[in-house]
Design a protein around this ligand. Structure first.
Ligand code: TYM
Length: 332
């Protein structure tokens, strides 16, 4: 019999997840679960990762709970799922420190996400922001995860995880599974609605460019209607010449499963107004569904119990693995 695969991912609770998080990652988790019924899904709220930049403690507490509820609201089911808070399983930190000992400064300096953030955050770059990819590697390797569903911006972090895993295995003997990433064909990098040259992100300079999963539906529609386009007046997929429209078409395609060609045909000879209005309805309907489920879950005993169970199950796997690692490196 084939070995049960481990499928693992995390979302950072720095504010409410965005439409980018949803399309590039969260909406696909439930579908993957249907395709991998015999495999194990290890999903967590990456709350320690949130602390790499300054957070308000009260807001962080709320965001952590929100992300946990949103995982389920976006489609993850409790069967074959371990859902937990990263900070409740201390082994993540233990492994991270060990892996830091075999990760080079130069490797971390090359991480584009770090370079971007460093550029934007004028003062106070924390050392944790720098070593962030190592914590992410620890998250993954601790569970011997095989498949990591992520958006485009995490691919480089997965690459360094593979490098670290191979390095450890070469030095101490076969210890970690070397993971593989899964990215969606359409929507792995949703762009900002006001500036399609940057990705949609919670730290966007202009809040009008970013849609949040828990924002009022009317405000979501307004943001779609005021998304930047161009003056060519044709719904056509051309990332270079029409980056705004290409981004909106990507959102459209990933929520309807219509191909770019089909969308182009549908809006042939029609203006951007009609296209945007339809898209606003499509996004609104999708997010309304997510919000409805979120509201049912957020204060439920069900969620609380699931996280409690998740913590116990994750800790069991993690402590076994860290024991092995301690032995390999000579701490035990
Ligand atoms: P985070 O919280 O920034 O994002 C969560 C997931 O959403 C994807 N994503 C996007 N996809 C498409 N378009 C966008 N604009 C967009 N923005 C974000 C991300 O690629 C990600 O898959 N370091 C991770 C969290 C993490 C993790 C892990 C993930 C911690 N440990 C282990 C996988 C495995 C992060 O900050 O993601």
């Amino acid at each position: 019999m084939e070995k049960r695969k481990i499928i693992l991912s995390g979302v950072k609770p720095t504010g409410t997840p965005t439409l980018g998080n949803y399309i590039g990652a969260m909406k696909n988790f439930g579908k993957l679960q249907e395709q991998h019924k015999d495999d194990l899904f290890v999903f967590f709220v990456a709350d320690l990762h949130a602390l790499t930049t300054p957070q308000d403690p009260k807001e962080l507490r709320k965001d952590i709970k929100d992300v946990a509820a949103l995982y389920l609201a976006c489609g993850l089911k409790e069967e074959n799922l371990i859902l937990f808070l990263q900070s409740e399983v201390v082994e993540h930190v233990q492994l991270s420190l060990i892996l830091e000992g075999m990760t080079y400064m130069g490797e971390l300096e090359r991480m584009t996400q770090y370079k971007d953030k460093k550029q934007k955050q004028v003062e106070g770059i924390s050392s944790a922001l720098f070593t962030y990819p190592v914590l992410m590697a620890a998250d993954i390797l601790l569970y011997d995860a095989d498949l990591i569903p992520i958006g485009d911006d995490q691919v480089q972090h997965l690459e360094i995880t593979r490098v670290i895993a191979n390095r450890f295995n070469n030095r101490f003997g076969e210890t970690f599974t070397v993971p593989e990433g899964i990215t969606v064909k359409t929507g792995a990098r949703i762009k900002d609605l006001q500036d399609p040259s940057i990705k949609m992100s919670k730290s966007a300079p202009n809040q009008k460019g970013c849609i949040y999963l828990l924002e009022p539906i009317n405000s979501i529609k307004k943001k779609i209607m005021s998304a930047v386009t161009d003056n060519l007046g044709q719904v056509k997929y051309n990332e270079k010449k029409q980056p705004g429209i290409a981004n909106l078409m990507t959102i459209y395609s990933s929520l309807t499963n219509l191909s770019f060609k089909e969308i182009e045909k549908k809006y042939l000879g029609k203006g951007y107004g009609e296209f945007k209005k339809d898209l606003a309805e499509i996004v609104a309907k999708e997010i309304e569904g997510v919000q409805k489920k979120y509201n049912e879950l957020i204060n439920s005993e069900y969620l609380k119990n699931l996280l409690e169970k998740g913590k116990i199950e994750a800790s069991k796997l993690a402590s076994k693995k860290i024991n092995k690692v301690y032995k390999k490196v000579g701490l035990k």
